[in-house]
Design a protein around this ligand. Structure first.
Ligand code: ACO
Length: 331
């Protein structure tokens, strides 16, 4: 690792599909109500990709915006990392589909799988690969087409998820280091709390797995809720401690947008100033790997992240995985 190499963040971009599915629409699909969804989760609506779109199209739209803002050419990108659990296909990677769409053929491309923590895992992977001196300019995308792995007859899950994508461009720098701190965790003893049971080696797809709808997300919501609050609060504190920073140094907190009650409980447990916590879960629901980066891009475009701000992202997801990072936004 060449400790003299820093990582500069050049830009962000995001894209959500046009189609809006409201809680009232869901009332017509399953036995639920706007009141139940709003009070239990804070979600009012979510975006759903069009039949003609796939995951890499969402990623492409977010990436193009970030590339334009960074004022770089696709030919300058030598690393593409895509965080997703709802990619175009089990094989090859969504990063390769995205590379083809972008025509960014000077790049290495691969996916990472860490569910809702995927973007923060990606930040850490990109940081390591740039600091090693192996790559100079990276595109990281957090993207999900969760509507394609959701059982639309299961009210326990279908009210929670949405589709979207966010992108960030990084560059090696001798003078700046915008990834101020990062912290990751995982505990594989909780794999069964949140998973897609079929379509892998454990349960290869058969007519029977399809009949049982095992190709869709299954979740034990109550158990996840408890671990989510504990681990996200822990990550929020540890990432600050690692950098010797305090609550007053952070301009904005962007927690994973799964559930407003989880966000409130984490803020309380971690002792962070609630006024600095960004929330957009009411508009998009849980977009897994896309949530934190879409929220960051929105916050920047709303003008609430002045140049030089420190922004703390915190997330939690299937695995179970969790993580946090503090980013300096200098553009
Ligand atoms: N509408 C109406 N009633 C519902 C719905 C619905 N959409 N869904 C469940 N219910 C019912 C349940 O069946 C249950 O009824 P019962 O008491 O008769 O059995 C009742 O509502 C209460 O259900 P609970 O599970 O106790 O509700 P809870 O308050 O725990 O909220 C929720 C459920 C929103 C899922 C919550 O547990 C949660 O948010 N958990 C965390 C999920 C999460 O954050 N996942 C993140 C990771 S996602 C990823 O990595 C891809």
């Amino acid at each position: 690792m060449n400790s003299k190499i820093g990582v500069k963040i050049l830009s962000t971009g995001s894209y959500v599909p046009e189609k809006i599915l409201t809680n009232f629409d869901l009332e017509k699909m399953v036995e639920t109500s706007d009141e139940w969804i709003s009070t239990r989760t804070g979600i009012k609506e979510r975006r759903i990709l069009d039949k003609s779109q796939v995951t890499s199209d969402l990623a492409y739209n977010a990436a193009v915006k970030a590339i334009e803002k960074a004022k770089i050419s696709v030919d300058d990108i030598d690393l593409i990392v895509v965080a997703t659990i709802s990619g175009d296909a089990p094989m090859p990677s969504t990063a390769c589909y995205l590379q083809k769409k972008l025509k960014a053929f000077n790049s290495t491309a691969f996916d990472i799988s860490a569910a809702c923590s995927g973007f923060i895992y990606g930040v850490t992977v990109v940081k390591g690969l740039i600091q090693s001196g192996l790559y100079k300019r990276a595109l990281l995308v957090g993207v999900e087409a969760l509507s394609r792995v959701t059982d639309w007859t299961d009210r326990n899950t279908c009210v929670l998820f949405g589709d979207g994508a966010g992108a960030m461009i990084f560059e090696a720098s001798e003078t700046e280091d915008d990834i101020v701190s990062a912290y990751l965790g995982a505990d594989g003893s909780f794999t069964e709390l949140l998973n897609i049971p079929a379509g892998g080696a454990i349960n290869p797809t058969t007519e029977e797995t399809a009949r049982q709808k095992l190709q869709y997300i299954k979740m034990q919501g109550k158990e996840i809720f408890k671990v989510a609050v504990t681990k996200m609060a822990e990550a929020a504190i540890k990432v600050q401690e690692k950098a010797g920073l305090k609550d007053e140094d952070i301009t904005l907190y962007i927690p994973h947008q799964a559930n407003l009650r989880i966000i409130d409980a984490v803020a309380k447990k971690a002792g962070v100033n609630k006024d600095k916590v960004y929330v957009n879960v009411h508009k998009y629901g849980n977009m897994s790997a896309a949530t934190t980066i879409v929220a960051l891009d929105e916050a920047i475009s709303e003008g609430i992240v002045p140049k030089g701000s420190l922004v703390e992202l915190v997330a939690f997801g299937a695995g179970l995985t969790w993580g946090a990072c503090i980013l300096k936004i200098n553009f």
